[in-house]
Ligand binder design. Structure first.
Ligand SMILES: NC(=O)c1ccc[n+]([C@@H]2O[C@H](COP(=O)([O-])OP(=O)(O)OC[C@H]3O[C@@H](n4cnc5c(N)ncnc54)[C@H](OP(=O)(O)O)[C@@H]3O)[C@@H](O)[C@H]2O)c1
Length: 345
C-alpha cells in the first residue's frame, strides 16, 4: 500500500515563520467517499497566501488549525473514483493540501488537459495565479492600450503574466523585481519595457525617482503585489484617474516593515487628489471569470506567446523550506513542489 504523508502546521509564527512551524507526518491513505475521488498528488503549489493561513486572525478564509494539514492547491492523478465523470488516470486540479494524496469531492476539482500544456501550469500560468493576473488587469484595473502600468513581484507567478498581458494590450510595462537576474528576465524574456530592482534601491525615494524616469508620462495602473517600499515609491507617481488593483502585500505578511510604512494620511491624500480608484480583490470571488481567462490565455501559453518560469522543490518534505524561501523572494517564477511522478514529464 502507498505511503501517505502530509505536512501539518506545528505552531503559529510570531513574525517570520521557520521550519519548526511545520511537521511531516505519515499515516493511512485517505478513503474516497461517495461523490469523491482519491488523488495522488503530482505537483503542489506554494503560494504567498499560505502565510496568512498560519495566523489565527480574522481574514477572508479560516486559519489552518494547529496540527491541521497545510492548505494548498495540487495537480494529481485520480487513483480511485466514486464520482461519475472521473476515472483512474484522469489528471485533476484541486485543493489537495500539502499531502501526498487527498480524497476530494468531484464538484471541487477540475480536469486538466495534458495536451494543452504541461500539467504543472494548472497551478501557475493557467491556474489560480494566472486567473488572478487576468482578472486584476482586466476587471479590477481596467487597463487600456497606451497606458503605463507598474507591476511588482514582476517575475512571479502573477506578476509575470500581468506584464505580458499588458504588453499584448499595447501598454508601457514597468516591472519591479528583486535582483538583476529577475530584472533581466523581465525585459529580455518577458518583453517588459523596463524593470527596476527594488533590492538595489536603498530607500523608496530612490525607487520612486527610477519609476519617474521609466514612466515619463506617469503611472496609470499599479498592479500591487507587495506593499512595502514599492508601494511608497509608486504612489507619488500615479496619474489622475489612475487605478490600483490590490492583489497582495507580501512585504508585510509577516509584519516586517509595517511600522516604517508611509502613514495612511499620505496615501489617503494621494488617492483623493489624484482621484484614484483603489480596489482589493480575492480571486475566489471571480470563479465565473475562469473560463474566459482560460479561453484567452491557454492558446497563448500553448504556442509560446506567453512565457512562464517555474522553480521546483523536490519532495513533499522540502515544501516548508521552499515556502520560507518564497516569502523572501527565493523563487524565480511559479514555486512548485514535485510530490510524485508526472506521467507526462
Ligand atoms: N488577491 C488574490 O486573490 C491573490 C491571488 C494570488 C496571489 N495573490 C498575491 O499576489 C502576490 C504575488 O503572488 P505570486 O503567487 O505571484 O508570488 P510570487 O510573485 O511568485 O512570489 C512572491 C514574490 O514576492 C516578492 N517579495 C517577497 N518579499 C518581498 C518584499 N519584502 N518586497 C517586495 N517583494 C517581495 C519576491 O519577488 P522579488 O524577488 O521580485 O522581490 C517573491 O518572489 C502575493 O502578494 C500574493 O499574496 C493574491
Amino acid at each position: 500500500m502507498a505511503d501517505f504523508s502530509k505536512i501539518v502546521l506545528a505552531g503559529r509564527p510570531q513574525g517570520a515563520p521557520t521550519p519548526e512551524h511545520f511537521r511531516l507526518e505519515h499515516g493511512a491513505l485517505p478513503q474516497a467517499g461517495e461523490g469523491e475521488v482519491l488523488v495522488r498528488t503530482i505537483w503542489m503549489s506554494l503560494d504567498p497566501y499560505m502565510r496568512g493561513r498560519m495566523d489565527d486572525a480574522k481574514s477572508y478564509a479560516d486559519p489552518v488549525p494547529l496540527g491541521g494539514t497545510m492548505e494548498g492547491g495540487g495537480v494529481g492523478e485520480v487513483i480511485a473514483s466514486h464520482a461519475p465523470g472521473f476515472a483512474p488516470g484522469d489528471i485533476v486540479v484541486g485543493r489537495t493540501g500539502w499531502a501526498s494524496h487527498a480524497a476530494l469531492p468531484a464538484d471541487e476539482i477540475r480536469k486538466v488537459d495534458p495536451s494543452v500544456a504541461p500539467i504543472s501550469t494548472a497551478l501557475g500560468v493557467l491556474g489560480m495565479p494566472g486567473h488572478t493576473a487576468w482578472v486584476g488587469l482586466n476587471d479590477i484595473a481596467q487597463a487600456k492600450s497606451g497606458e503605463t502600468i507598474v507591476v511588482s513581484a514582476a517575475t512571479g507567478a502573477v506578476g509575470s503574466l500581468v506584464g505580458q498581458l499588458a504588453k499584448t494590450k499595447g501598454m508601457r510595462v514597468i516591472g519591479v523585481a528583486g535582483g538583476p537576474d529577475k530584472c533581466a528576465f523581465a525585459t529580455d524574456e518577458l518583453g517588459f519595457d523596463a524593470c527596476l530592482d527594488h533590492r538595489a534601491a536603498p530607500d523608496w525615494k530612490t525607487l520612486s525617482a527610477q519609476i519617474k524616469e521609466a514612466a515619463p508620462k506617469g503611472v496609470d495602473v499599479y498592479f500591487e503585489n507587495v506593499g512595502g517600499k514599492t508601494l511608497d515609491a509608486v504612489l507619488p507617481r500615479m496619474n489622475t484617474w489612475g487605478r490600483i488593483a490590490i492583489c497582495g502585500m507580501i512585504a508585510w505578511y509577516s509584519g516586517q516593515g509595517v511600522a516604517e510604512a508611509a502613514p495612511l494620511p499620505v496615501a489617503w491624500r494621494t488617492i483623493l487628489t489624484r482621484r484614484l480608484r483603489v480596489q482589493g480583490y480575492i480571486i475566489f470571488d471571480h470563479n465565473d471569470r475562469y473560463a474566459p481567462f482560460a479561453q484567452e490565455v491557454a492558446p497563448m501559453v500553448a504556442d509560446g506567446r506567453i512565457r512562464y518560469r517555474e522553480t521546483v522543490a523536490e519532495g513533499l518534505e522540502n515544501a516548508p523550506q521552499a515556502f520560507l524561501d518564497l516569502l523572501k523572494g527565493g523563487n524565480f517564477g511559479k514555486q512548485l513542489v514535485r510530490v510524485g511522478e508526472d506521467p507526462g514529464a
